[in-house]
Design a protein around this ligand. Structure first.
Ligand code: MLT
Length: 408
């Protein structure tokens, strides 16, 4: 008899964004004439930068000729892309990362979800609350948790991000092995300072732990004092892996391109205490289960680093940040406490009521989709997240409707 992985039975019935899509579709079906504005899932709406499109087209044409056609690419990604990433995203910011420490992939979601499988099944996990659900769900699937009750899984150390700690979790009071951090944060939109991040790196060193640092939203950081990469922090090369993505940086959510940085000096340990290179383990995993990103997509991503590409990608970020500013200003004017939206595309709003009820209210009364904070964890209850990814005109319209719905 074929048996299932029963860890799947511990999961919530559906993935958060699938549930939001289901509720939205259901509402739309029942209200066919209603115009719905989606500020829920962080999905970009602006076209790819022109430089990327041109590079994409050129690479597709290369695939049409005998002389320039390419089959399987290198497992870690083409060197032309990895060299540009290493220089522009790390070395130019004082972070000592080389091209052979970069693994190009089809998404930070996949990489943050897959990486846990190279670690022992009894790894003690520390996960923020609220949190991007992928970190938690993938560890549940892997059997690293007990059962679910009262909004929490047994066996996980939750790093609470609340108003009291300004949404930056305190260091865990117990031993943990694998720590998930995300800055600028999804969902709260908060950022971390260099000294706060240094404390986490020091903690990881002292505890032979490893930090999984999700920096998918780093291009939204405007404040030059804030670190863009964990590798700008002393000692991080020994204890951290970083995830980056072109999705939000350059509009690649549908095109798919991201990368993960695994320094060669980063170690994890066997049961007998022997140190092993995490880089080698991840290379082994990726070369077995993944076949790289398509050549034209990697050429399109490379174009982000050209002079025009950089300017065009920056214009996208500026566009969404303008939306974010409008959302935050409007919500604050309505009397709601907000964080995020300054160095991040997400605004975290204290709705002062049940998250899902607030979600329903905005959908039914304003025709606006947000994300209920409770979907990100127990500490998200009472909050909603509004995403700045949409056209400015839609955001203006959405905010006018929300104003009417909440003050009427
Ligand atoms: C989000 O809305 O949190 C993100 O778009 C989800 C993702 O990037 O997978």
């Amino acid at each position: 008899m074929i048996k299932i992985n029963e860890n799947y039975l511990k999961l919530q019935a559906s993935y958060l964004f699938s549930e939001i899509r289901r509720r939205t579709d259901e509402f739309q079906e029942a209200n066919a004439d209603k115009d719905i504005i989606k500020l829920g899932i962080g999905d970009v709406t602006r076209p790819l930068p022109k430089a990327c499109i041109e590079a994409f087209h050129r690479a597709v044409d290369e695939m049409a000729n005998d002389d320039t056609f390419r089959g399987y690419g290198p497992e870690q990604g083409y060197e032309f892309l990895r060299e540009k990433i290493a220089k522009a995203d790390f070395q130019d910011h004082g972070a000592e990362i080389s091209a052979d420490e970069i693994f190009v992939s089809d998404g930070a979601k996949c990489d943050t979800g897959n990486i846990q499988e190279i670690f022992s099944s009894d790894t003690r996990i520390a996960i923020p609350d609220p949190v991007y659900p992928v970190y938690l769900d993938t560890n549940v699937m892997a059997g690293r948790t007990g059962s679910f009750g009262d909004g929490r899984f047994d066996g996980i150390t939750y790093l609470e991000s609340t108003r009291e700690n300004r949404f930056i979790p305190d260091l865990p009071g117990e031993n943990v092995d694998l720590i998930y951090l995300c800055f600028p944060n999804n969902p709260t939109g908060t950022t971390i300072t260099r000294s706060q991040l240094q404390n986490w790196v020091n903690f990881a060193k002292e505890n032979q732990a490893l930090i999984l640092y999700d920096a998918a939203y780093e291009s939204f950081i405007q404040n030059t004092e804030l670190p863009k990469s964990i590798f700008e922090i002393d000692g991080a090369r020994e204890v951290a892996i970083e995830f980056r993505s072109f999705s939000k940086t350059a509009g690649f959510t549908g095109t798919r391109c991201a990368y993960t940085v695994v320094p060669k000096s980063c170690m994890a340990y066997a049961g007998n205490g022997e140190a092993h290179s995490v880089h080698n383990l991840w290379f082994r995993r990726q070369s077995t289960k993944f076949n790289a990103v398509s050549y034209p997509v990697q050429r399109a991503a490379e174009a982000v680093y050209s002079e025009e590409g950089r300017a065009q990608a920056q214009a996208l970020i500026d566009y969404y940040l303008k939306n974010a500013k409008l959302i935050r200003t409007e919500m604050e004017a309505l009397g709601y406490e907000c964080v995020g939206g300054e160095n991040s595309p997400y605004i975290w709003i204290d709705g002062k009521t049940d998250s899902w009820q607030f979600f329903d209210l905005l959908l039914e009364k304003a025709g606006v989709v947000c994300t209920p904070g409770a979907g990100f964890g127990k500490c998200g209850e009472g909050y909603i997240r509004i995403s700045a990814f949409n056209n400015y005109e839609n955001v203006e319209k959405a905010m006018a409707r929300i104003r009417k719905a909440l003050s009427g």
